[in-house]
Design a protein around this ligand. Structure first.
Ligand code: GDP
Length: 427
């Protein structure tokens, strides 16, 4: 069976923890989109890890971890990340890399930096991992697939061709040093050396695995609102964050994805610029940020303080719908235990009209949050294993959210660890 774990919001919902947890019963875990620009934080018996490229299954010896064709593959970072976990006594994971995955080139990272510099105050808040230049090249058909590393003559010729265009931009737009074909070729040969043992026809591998009845988990990065089509364009990421794209980014039939677990955090957070209707500021935000996640809401990749907000039913209802949610995993609920009262955004006021439908970006810019305030539960709920044992106000909060988003909350995460989870039969 194939399942997907994806995010409902701006990312950082706790997908890493849910994937790590479901990894226990999975044979294969596949990353299908995105690159090393975002990260998952995972806490397990080996310690606390921030993963950027590796699927969250790498901590289990029984799982195969796959980098699908949809990923922006940064080869040196992948191997640095593997070393960072094996250095901390995690056994070498079984890894496969799609021969159709394209590679982040060193110049993608440079172009990302130069463009942010050029846009200065109007920048997108990129993590400068080269992701936007990478996907631009992929769709402009001047990207490099892993498979191309194995045909050196064709590779040389293509590098020459591609850098002509890059050098025009470097010289005239950015006024930066030009690229040399030999340097790029030599770098790619180093990448080839590193990646060769892991290269695989992933879609064929998964086709067989599905036939054999293996449990496959597709692991999404970021969340619905960062999707380039359905998110808060243009403050989005450059590859689709939706479960549907899992079929493409892994190379499997769409109808094989039987369960779509959408991760929703019990409050909101976002990194980078872009619309965020239920955002809060000042001391209220600082306190939630400090208490949030596991050791504060700071970016797993950048260390940047995350923007904070109350739970947004409008964004989450939409975020869950667009994912095709079968199950909601409601995470980081324990963090809210300090609050006397908890505001929840239940509608958007746009030019005097209240809606619960998430609009396109131009309307979203005008949206003001409409809040309802729920009573807090004022206790630490970590360690609780059964839904009935949660305080009444905590259950009311969950059920209120469930009713407003319209998708069943079947898992509640009440701590960062693998076992901090409460399963529930939704109404
Ligand atoms: P991802 O990118 O969606 O995986 O999100 P992050 O890696 O940013 O995860 C959010 C943070 O919350 C991480 O530090 C997790 O360890 C932590 N976390 C996940 N679930 C819970 C939870 O239920 N309670 C608490 N306190 N922390 C959690």
């Amino acid at each position: 069976m194939v399942r997907a774990v994806v995010g409902a919001n701006w990312g950082d919902e706790g997908k890493g923890k849910i994937t790590d947890m479901l990894g226990q019963e999975s044979d294969i875990i596949v990353r299908f989109q995105g690159g090393a620009n975002a990260g998952h934080t995972i806490v397990n018996d080996y310690g606390k890890f921030a993963l950027h490229t590796l699927p969250s299954g790498v901590f289990y010896s029984h799982t195969t971890s796959i980098i699908g064709n949809g990923v922006a593959l940064n080869i040196p970072l992948l191997f640095k990340e593997i070393k960072s976990i094996t250095d901390r006594n995690v056994p070498m994971p079984k890894i496969l890399v799609s021969d159709r995955a394209q590679m982040v080139m060193p110049y993608h990272i440079l172009f990302d930096e130069y463009e942010e510099e050029r846009l200065a105050g109007k920048s997108f808040g990129s993590t400068k991992s080269g992701i936007a230049p990478f996907y631009s090249d992929k769709y402009a058909k001047i990207g490099f697939q892993v498979s191309e590393l194995f045909d050196e003559e064709a590779l040389k010729e293509k590098i020459e061709r591609v850098i002509v265009q890059k050098n025009v931009l470097l010289e005239n737009l950015y006024h930066k040093p030009l690229l040399k074909a030999d340097d790029i070729f030599n770098t790619l040969m180093e990448y080839k050396e590193m990646v060769a043992p892991y290269v695989c026809d992933v879609s064929a591998y998964l086709y067989e695995a599905i036939k054999e009845g293996k449990n496959i988990l597709l692991e999404g990065q970021l969340g619905s609102l960062k999707d380039p089509d359905h998110g808060i364009y243009p403050m989005v990421t450059s590859s689709s964050t939706l479960a549907a794209y899992g079929a493409i980014g892994a190379g499997i039939p769409p109808y094989e994805i039987k369960q779509i677990i959408t991760v929703c955090k019990a409050y909101s957070s976002a990194v980078g610029a872009g619309e965020f209707v239920s955002e809060i500021f000042g001391d209220e935000a600082d306190e939630l940020r400090r208490r949030g996640g596991d050791g504060g809401e700071f970016g797993a990749t950048t260390g940047r303080p995350r923007r904070m907000g109350w739970f947004d039913c409008v964004a989450s209802k939409y975020g869950c719908r667009i994912q095709g949610t079968t199950d909601v995993a409601f995470t980081v609920l324990d963090v809210l235990g300090y609050l006397d009262e908890i505001p929840v955004c239940v509608g958007y006021d746009i030019d005097g009209e209240v809606t619960t439908d998430f609009p396109t970006t131009s309307k979203l810019k005008k949206a003001k949050p409409v809040y309802e305030t729920l009573p807090g539960w004022k206790t630490d709920i970590r360690g609780i294993k059964k839904y009935e044992d949660l305080p009444e106000n905590c259950r009311k909060y969950i059920e209120f959210v469930e009713e407003h988003i319209g998708f069943p909350i079947t898992m509640i995460s009440n701590g960062p660890g693998r076992n901090d989870i409460i399963y529930r039969n939704a109404k």
